[in-house]
Write a protein that binds this ligand. Structure first.
Ligand code: SF4
Ligand code: ZN
Ligand code: ZN
Length: 307
C-alpha cells in the first residue's frame, strides 16, 4: 500500500492518477470513476429519463463494472430501466463460467437478465464454426453474430438503447485498427454514441469510453467483483494485440496518448459524418433485419459457413 494520503480524505491512497497528479483511497477512487462515467453520459447525452437500457453483459471485468455503475446511475433516473443481456456463443469451458458470474452479479444487484444463444438464434455455435474451417478467423464471425444476438435480445426485452462496456483502451485500439485496415469510414460507426438517423437500429452507447482499462480493472478489484479472467480459446486478434502493446508503450512514454487519439478520432468523425452519404436500408431477405444490401452481414456469413 502507498504511504501517500488520499487527496480527498484522510485515508491512505491506493492509486495515483499520474495525468492529474492526484492520489485516491479506495472509496474516493471508485467515486471518481463513477463521476467520470456520469460526466461522459451527460457530455454525449447518452441517457434519457425514460430509457430502457439493455446492457451487453459478458461476465468480464468491463461489463460487470459497467453494470455496477449503471445500477447506481439509474437511481437518478427513476423512470428508466436496466436489463442485462447475455450471449452464449457456445464456447466450451469458457462462456459457461462467465455466464454464471454474470447471473450471480445480476441476482446480487436485483437486475433482470436475459440470455440468448447462438445455437437457438443461428443453429450453430462458435466451437462448431471453428471446426468447419480451421483457417477461419473466429472473431470476425463471432463478432458479427454477437452484435446481432445482442440486438435481438435488446429488442426482445423492449429496450430503447444498448450499452456496451468498451473502455478507453478498446476505443483507442479500434481507431488505429480501422486506420491499419484502410477503413477510416468505420470511425463513424465506432462513436461513443451511435444513433441511426433512419431509426432502424437501436442507439448504442459506450459509457466507459473515457476510462482506461487499468482503472476498470482496479475498480472491479476494489469493488470485490468476481469476474472472468481467462481469455477465449478462439481469440485471434493478433493485430489488436500488437496495437495494444504499442499504445501501452506510448502511454508510458507519453502519458495521455490514448485520450489524444480518441479526441483526434472525434474530430475526424465529425468531418467524415458530414461527407458520408446516407445509405438507404432494405429488409434482409432472410431475417428481415435492416441492411444496405440484399442480405445482412450475419446471414451472408451463416450462408458461407453452412454452404
Ligand atoms: Fe468470439 Fe473472438 Fe470474443 Fe472468442 S474472442 S468470444 S471467438 S469474438
Ligand atoms: Zn479518499
Ligand atoms: Zn439477415
Amino acid at each position: 500500500m502507498s504511504s501517500r494520503s488520499c487527496n480527498y480524505c484522510t485515508e491512505d491512497a491506493v492509486y495515483t492518477r499520474e495525468l492529474e497528479g492526484a492520489s485516491f483511497c479506495s472509496k474516493c477512487f471508485r467515486q471518481s470513476i463513477e463521476e467520470r462515467v456520469r460526466r461522459t453520459v451527460t457530455r454525449y447525452e447518452m441517457l434519457a429519463h425514460d430509457d430502457h437500457i439493455a446492457l451487453a453483459l459478458s461476465g468480464g471485468k468491463d461489463s460487470l463494472t459497467l453494470l455496477n455503475i449503471l445500477v447506481k446511475l439509474e437511481r437518478r433516473f427513476p423512470r428508466s430501466k436496466l436489463t442485462a443481456v447475455c450471449v452464449d456463443e457456445g464456447i466450451d469451458g469458457y462462456r459457461d463460467e462467465a455466464l454464471l458470474l454474470a447471473t450471480k452479479e445480476c441476482e446480487r444487484l436485483g437486475v433482470e437478465q436475459t440470455t440468448v444463444s447462438y445455437r437457438e438464434l443461428f443453429g450453430i455455435t462458435t466451437d462448431e464454426i471453428v471446426k468447419t474451417d480451421p483457417d477461419k478467423t473466429p472473431c470476425s464471425y463471432c463478432g458479427v453474430l454477437r452484435r446481432k444476438a445482442i440486438n435481438k435480445a435488446a429488442l426482445m426485452v423492449g429496450a430503447t438503447k444498448i450499452a456496451t462496456a468498451h473502455n478507453l483502451d478498446d476505443e483507442a485500439q479500434t481507431v488505429l485498427l480501422n486506420m491499419l485496415h484502410g477503413d477510416p469510414m468505420r470511425l463513424v460507426r465506432s462513436a461513443p454514441v451511435l444513433r441511426d438517423v433512419r431509426g432502424r437500429f437501436l442507439t448504442r452507447i459506450k459509457p466507459l469510453c473515457d476510462i482506461p482499462e487499468k482503472e476498470v480493472v482496479l475498480y472491479a478489484y476494489l469493488s470485490g467483483l468476481e469476474f472472468q479472467s481467462i481469455s477465449c480459446p478462439h481469440s485471434s486478434e493478433a493485430l489488436r494485440n500488437d496495437i495494444r502493446a504499442f499504445l501501452n508503450q506510448m502511454e508510458q512514454k507519453h502519458p495521455g496518448t490514448k485520450f489524444t487519439l480518441l479526441r483526434s478520432a472525434e474530430r475526424l468523425r465529425e468531418l467524415l459524418a458530414k461527407s458520408a452519404p446516407s445509405v438507404g436500408l432494405n429488409d434482409c431477405e432472410k431475417c428481415g433485419d435492416p441492411t444496405p444490401h440484399r442480405y445482412c452481414e450475419a446471414c451472408n456469413m451463416l450462408e458461407t459457413i453452412t454452404a
